[in-house]
Each structure stands twice: as structure tokens, then as C-alpha cells.
Design a protein around this ligand. Structure first.
Ligand SMILES: [Ca+2]
Ligand SMILES: [Ca+2]
Length: 329
């Protein structure tokens, strides 16, 4: 594991150097335009946005590199001890600013869009997991059936705990049920029974990505998500699994299923994975005393190509990892 980390740091330095050259070159053009439109607030925001796009591209390249490295090692595994996951990269732009960027793993979360299959059926594995996740998080007052109704295409509630247009049209500010997969996790705020407290508790453990059936990455699943795998798994056992994972990541699902914590539970490999397909690239650009935040959801397909599926500039304070600084000198 130590070897992987050291190699990772060397690699990240090479990649950072590469990205830095690109950014500095575009920085020179920006300097030029700055002289022309010195007072332009819009222009400054636009420049910050463009730098954020550069930071996102930089992160996508890192994810491509990780895939290639995994393939060279014949170990298609993603885990928090890999170089892309460990630090926030700090890139000095020029005397005017800095770009911070980090990559977050979304693979250890439950995808809300897995609740309903592409042919419109409720996926009971995901429903059971979410129900247990709510229990693990102490969430009451919100029912998984309301989430199912939000994304299933019909207008019939799945049970007395569901909610369709009939409920939402009676709100102070009436709105319609989406009746399609979640586009953004923020749609959760609209669901019948949701409170700010529940939203904050739930958010780190769920995602809303447009590809279903990927499975939960057992190397990055949170303690509550591990607890959601079986109703006889308690918090101490889930924490024990995390501690073992920190010693040595899982490179085979059978090793995960063979953990003593699961003995006698009959846990199946369905809906579990060792790889991550969706990531969040978080960038914060501080430039000319302005800050531009961008959170990009990116998808790495089975061929290792990385594409951006969603961008959000409304989230702040999302850089959380230890900085890894690469200075110009
Ligand atoms: Ca990997
Ligand atoms: Ca519906």
C-alpha cells in the first residue's frame, strides 16, 4: 500500500506539471484580455469559470491515468488510498490566483435511481438497502415509497406512504412529481416528508446518477451504507469492516463477503462492486479576489473514457482534503 502511495505522489506531480503548463499558457491570454476589460465583473467570473473547466479537465485526465494503471496491474479496483482520492491538488495560476481541485468517489453511495428499473419495476434490493439506510441514520418521517413515486412514470402511489401529484399539488407552492429519474440530488428537497435535517443526514450516503445497476463500491462505502447491506449488521461491525479496509483494500468481492462480520448472513455479491464509475470533481478557483466554485459529476465508462454529465456552480466549501501543493519553483 505504501508503494502505491509513493508511486501516486510521483505521478500526481507529473500530471500537475502538465496541467500547470496548460493553465499558465491560458493565464497569459487572460492577462491580455484583462487589460482590455479591466472593470468587467462578468469577464472575471467567466475567466474563473474557464479556469474551473481546466481544473475539471485536469481531474478527468487523472481518472483516465488511474484506469490505465489499474489495467496495467490487472486490478480493476478503486479505493480511497489511490493517488486520485488522497489529496486536493493546489495549482498556483500566476500571481493573481490559485486553483484547488479534488476528486470525490461517488461509488460507495446508494444510487437513488436504482430504485426503479428501466422497465418500471421497483428494485427490491435497492429499496431494502435504502430502508435500512434510513434506520441506520435514524431517519423517520420520510419513506422510501415517496422516492419511488417521485421517479416511477405513473401517477399511482405505490402505497399509503408514497406521494404523487395529488400530494404535491396541494402544497403552498404547488408542483408536479418528476416521474423520471433524479437529475440532481437536490430534488430530494421536494420529496414529501423531507426536512433540512434529513437532507443533510442523507446526502453523504446517496447519489443520483443516470446509469443504473453499477453496484456499491465496497472500498468506499460509508459506515451507514455498509449497515444498509443487511439488517443484522450493527454500527460496530460496519466500523470494523472500515478499519480492516484501511489496512488492506478489497481486491476480490469474495474476500469482502467472507468477512467474519457477514458470517451466517448469506450476503450475495449482487449490487456490490470494487470499482467506481461516477466521481465528483470539486474545484475552487480564487482569481483576482473572486471565487468560482464548480462541482462536476463525471462518468468513467468501462473503457476508461471519462465524460462530464453534470456541472453545478452553486455549492460552496466542498474542498475538504489535505492539500498537495505543487509550486512553480
Ligand atoms: Ca483505480
Ligand atoms: Ca410517479
Amino acid at each position: 500500500m505504501l508503494f502505491r502511495n509513493q508511486k501516486g505522489v510521483a505521478l500526481i506531480m507529473v500530471l500537475l506539471a502538465m496541467a500547470l503548463v496548460v493553465m499558465l499558457a491560458s493565464g497569459m491570454t487572460r492577462q491580455q484580455s484583462l487589460r482590455i476589460f479591466k472593470a468587467g465583473h462578468y469577464l472575471a467570473q467567466q475567466q474563473g469559470y474557464n479556469i474551473a473547466l481546466g481544473a475539471e479537465e485536469f481531474a478527468r485526465r487523472i481518472l483516465v491515468r488511474d484506469f490505465e494503471e489499474d489495467r496495467e496491474n490487472s486490478l480493476m479496483v478503486d479505493s480511497p488510498d489511490e493517488f486520485w482520492a488522497m489529496n486536493a491538488a493546489i495549482l498556483p495560476l500566476d500571481e493573481n490566483g490559485v486553483a484547488e481541485v479534488q476528486i470525490d468517489d461517488l461509488g460507495g453511495r446508494i444510487n437513488l435511481n436504482d430504485l426503479v428499473t428501466t422497465n418500471g419495476q421497483v428494485d427490491t434490493l435497492t429499496k431494502d438497502r435504502l430502508t435500512r439506510l434510513f434506520v441506520a441514520l435514524g431517519i423517520t418521517g420520510l419513506n422510501v415509497d415517496a422516492l419511488i413515486d417521485w421517479i416511477d412514470s405513473d401517477d399511482q402511489t405505490v402505497s399509503a406512504y408514497g406521494a404523487e401529484d395529488g400530494q404535491y399539488l396541494m402544497a403552498d407552492q404547488p408542483f408536479r412529481t418528476a416521474n423520471q429519474p433524479f437529475v440532481s440530488i437536490t430534488e430530494l428537497r421536494l420529496i414529501e416528508g423531507m426536512t433540512e435535517e434529513i437532507y443533510v443526514a442523507l446526502r453523504p450516503h446517496v447519489t443520483a446518477v443516470p446509469v443504473s445497476g453499477i453496484g456499491i463500491n465496497v472500498n468506499s462505502a460509508t459506515v451507514p451504507v455498509l449497515m444498509s447491506l443487511h439488517n443484522e449488521l450493527n454500527e460496530a461491525q460496519a466500523q470494523s469492516i472500515v478499519a480492516q479496509r484501511e489496512e488492506e483494500r478489497f481486491e476480490d468481492l469474495q474476500d469482502f463477503l467472507a468477512l467474519s462480520e457477514f458470517s451466517g448472513l448469506g450476503l450475495k455479491p449482487a449490487g456490490l462492486a470494487l470499482q467506481t464509475r461516477f466521481f465528483e470533481v470539486v474545484s475552487r478557483i480564487t482569481y483576482d479576489n473572486r471565487v468560482v466554485n464548480m462541482v462536476s459529476t463525471v462518468f468513467r465508462n468501462p473503457e476508461g473514457e471519462v465524460r462530464t454529465v453534470h456541472r453545478d456552480t452553486g455549492q460552496k466549501n466542498r474542498i475538504t482534503k489535505e492539500p498537495f501543493t505543487f509550486s512553480e519553483g
